[in-house]
Write a protein that binds this ligand. Sequence first.
Ligand SMILES: Cc1cc2nc3c(=O)[nH]c(=O)nc-3n(C[C@H](O)[C@H](O)[C@H](O)COP(=O)(O)O)c2cc1C
Length: 392
Amino acid sequence: MRCRGGELSMDLMNKYPRLSDLKKPAAKRIPKFVYAYLDSGTGHDRAKDENRAFLDGVELTPQFMRGRVDPDLTTKLGPKTFKAPFGAAPIGLSSLIWPGAESIIGRAAKKYGFPYTLSTVAGESIEMVADSAGEMGWFQLYAPRDRDLMRDLLRRAKGCGYTTLVITADVPSPSRRERMRIAGAPLGSRGNSAFSPRVIWQSMLRPEWALRTLLNGGARFRNMEPYAKNDGTRGITKFIGDQLNGSLDWDYLAEIRASWDGEIYLKGVLHGQDAARAVGLGVNGIVVSNHGGRQLDAAPPPLAQLSAVRAAVGKDIPLIVDSGIMSGLDVVRVLAAGADFSMIGRGFMYAVAALGNKGGEHAATILLEEVRDVMAQLGLQTIDDVKRLSHS
Ligand SMILES: Cc1cc2nc3c(=O)[nH]c(=O)nc-3n(C[C@H](O)[C@H](O)[C@H](O)COP(=O)(O)O)c2cc1C
């Protein structure tokens, strides 16, 4: 008997066995300015390239003669247990990259048991993703200047069952994103218009994306729309910029801590002093990240900062690493370097842009297979075995 589902996914795995294999098909399916938004770093992409170079430089020495190894990917992170040592990082405007991307990745997260982080400025709302990701949904907060708005977002997240908040620290102001400008991307008040002939022309060259995006209502910010007085994309973009840019400081972090009774991770920390101060204010864990190299082109790779951050916070505070991770091998690399967990941003989005509804599950399957394979090659049975490599 032919098993169609199995056959299809095997076809996909044979065609695109690595996340990196999905970059080209993604670029062919979405407009140039959208791909530039997804793929670019900032400046000359130095930080983005260094993230990769640093990961590529991490070698892992296998040990053999341990008999049959059957890796178990169960991962403890603080009080929670996941079925994988990775999660999906928050991506703003993800429904502009591919309509419905949030729920596509959210469903994969629920099915395979890893967290999906919904951005404050995603296309789909807290309520929509609660349905798709269920208990695997985390909420990322860009702290709004208006405290009532902040508290209302937290109220909605809590009411929908989210228990983990990721507060992003590393966007004190928008970065220049030169590759986006060159590709003609609309940058709100800072640049090209949303209806420039180039944007329209690039969109017409990707009819499936254009039709789906049109049916989805264009660039949506469903979490923030209820609070914006101004209608239209331009008005909402301005409102969001006014509310979210550069509002976070240490006092405000303490206020948010007092307003949220679940776990809090502070994301975008690279300096040990910042990490220690955050933990002192009651933050439960740190996401060591340089935002995928999208903010400061001279920022160090997070992995290069990991031991300094670890020394500052001690061994019991969960550390999540992201930026540059594009494979299960990279996931194992960061755990072996001393992280407790990892996050992947662009990798999931290349898959969804390339494969639509199948993208979330395909990306998850690749990562799970790769982590298992690398652990087997290293002769390691459990995630704790992988983490012990950092002590040896
Ligand atoms: C297109 C794009 C949009 C992003 N939007 C957000 C966001 O809304 N909030 C946030 O905290 N981080 C955001 N990030 C950063 C990611 O959460 C994550 O730190 C980064 O993508 C990790 O690097 P990687 O893409 O190499 O995996 C974004 C990244 C990309 C690529």
